[in-house]
Design a protein around this ligand. Sequence first.
Ligand code: NAG
Ligand code: NAG
Ligand code: NAG
Length: 681
Amino acid sequence: MLPPHVEDDHFARTPLIARPLPLPRRAAARLHPLPLLVAAAAFATYYHLLVAPAPSYYHSLFLSLGSNETAAAHLRALTARPHLAGTEANALAADHVVSTLSSLCSFPTRVTPYSVLLSYPAHRSLSLSAPGRAATAFALVQDAYAGDPYAAASAEAVPTFLAYAASGSAAAEAVYANYGRAEDYAYLASRGVNVTGKVAVARYGEVFRGDKVKNARVAGAAAALIYTDFKDYTAPGKAFPDGPWMPPTGVQVGSAFKGVGDPTTPMWASSEGCERVSIAEAMATDDMPGIPALPVELLDTLLNVIAVIEGKEEPDRYVILGNHRDAWTFGAADPSSGTAALLELAQRFSKLQSKGWRPRRTIILCNWDAEEYGLIGSTEWVEENRAILTSRTVAYLNVDIGVCNSGLDVLATPQLDELLKQASKQVQNPDNGTESLYDMWMASDSSLIGRLGSGGSDHFAFVQHIGIPSVSMSVGSDYAVYHSLYDDFTWMEKYGDPMFRRHVAVASMWGLLALRLSDDEILPFNYGSYVAELEKGAVGINKSVLGMPVSLSPLQKSIKEFDKAVLKVDSELKALQTWNVWSPWRNNPLRVRDLNDRLMMTERAFTEREGQSGRPWRKHMIYGPSLHNDYGAEVYPGVDDAIQTAKRTNTSLSWQSVQHEIHRIARVISQAALVLSGGLT
Ligand SMILES: *[C@@H]1O[C@H](CO)[C@@H](O)[C@H](O)[C@H]1NC(C)=O
Ligand SMILES: *[C@@H]1O[C@H](CO)[C@@H](O)[C@H](O)[C@H]1NC(C)=O
Ligand SMILES: *[C@@H]1O[C@H](CO)[C@@H](O)[C@H](O)[C@H]1NC(C)=O
């Protein structure tokens, strides 16, 4: 657990496209032979403009400082033991994060604890019997393999279980339910298969495991089992350690909770001495699995680590980077590759500080706990700081799994699309030194930027609860040993990232986005792609309500207003930039601040106080999780849900509620247009 050694000057240690610009200090001194005649105030202005290095100098320097050795050393330290939320090993991993960050130049670092409801398995058993045959008991153990360097530590891993499943037992006939989706149960019903009182057996894949358990409960099942189908997760002779795929005893552990945050503090933070609902009440909500998988409940303490780099000109504007630390087992990919990248980029930031860099806006690094149970650490922190985060946060940049494979996988709110593309052009493809990450990204299947409606990671509270422009990204997306005992350092070193260059690439992208968002005088937001997204969503609705008594004109009208606001901002930007080129004085800071505030607050306007129908905590009206799959993101989720219901029931009342949902999204889009253009009606 020693802090990794970092050399001071190793520019271009890993080959990168961007090179540090020559320091403009000497050139500026040559250009300035007449300082005596210049008034002091004007001199200060020129000094700032010409002598202090431009932010872009530090941004290139940041890219040149990437170190795969540092990232690998952090990953090794973080993954020495399984580190589930609430365990001593995870508190030690927090110590590693705290001691690394607080040893840096100027990163005041603190720990924010919350007491929350986590569940751990006490006793589990499973057996299968058939008429005329002896019962077979399952071992429910993930085996270590011969020569596994982590065999001893593996004994500390939590036994396989589904978090928050109800305590109890069931003995009944098993019913196979394919992926356990709503349509799978509909199919069973259509074939006359009655699931009531049975044990539903579903395989992993397609939808979130919490939806599989909920669908089983709704169908009347007494218990649910989810298994890893080796057709989906392995290949002959390629199972770990001989290949990257899941070994035969591998099990995907995970949470079956469909909600987010601490279940005993559903709409507020679980701070010390706060109001709580009882555990029994918390376990009885509709978002809970409600049927057995053998856990026991405890109130345990989680630890978020928060480090702050204070901004120089606008310390009250926040650019927040977040990643979780807790893992079901060793968590080399999920999430320690992201934690290692966070620490590696923090070390680069510290070197920039030692060379004179101070960000314009404040940068906050967050290392969340208990993400795996239901995004708990980030949700409690957002709830506790809701009002101040809402008024001051520029953007939230999430990395969960940092690296698990090749490729680049990006989810974002649309005003950040352009910045993502610009940043990826400056970072080298870790797998091919002759091209940029952008070239690789655009040539791959994942070149489209996904959206952030889904509950897959810690961006959720930022986007869904308070409407912060956000990104969530990783190098690679799928990998077979996900949430199993085999997601360890050996797997990463052999298959996930043999040279640790992908770790450096994700840290470079992440850090460069943070630098642009914190240093650019005008926020690098482009709402043009939001217009395209809103229109695409409207086309989708139009198709599914064809011939029905529903009018889209309120929505179309609001999108037009929004488009107009985008054009107005574009021309304001041009005017500001023209002014800047010809003037020795900088932009009028109040005008710049006004424009930036509008760019920052526009995303907020897409949220509504009452929230999505039946889900008041989720306030974003443009993006949200699909009702039957928490992993799936929908555009206009409220409209989509209403359409699904109307198609099923086909009553005039149900079509009226589709119209109501269309009016609701039109209203938030009109509000967003006013915020962006800065005009009252
Ligand atoms: C399914 O079985 C339960 C209990 O055996 C029974 O109450 C229910 O009516 C059955 N459902 C259908 C659709 O047959
Ligand atoms: C690396 O990228 C270049 C430029 O896109 C391409 O021509 C070359 O084939 C790539 N090399 C490999 C090994 O994929
Ligand atoms: C870091 O990258 C270099 C090549 O650029 C490689 O030789 C070295 O083994 C890598 N380090 C690790 C820990 O993989």
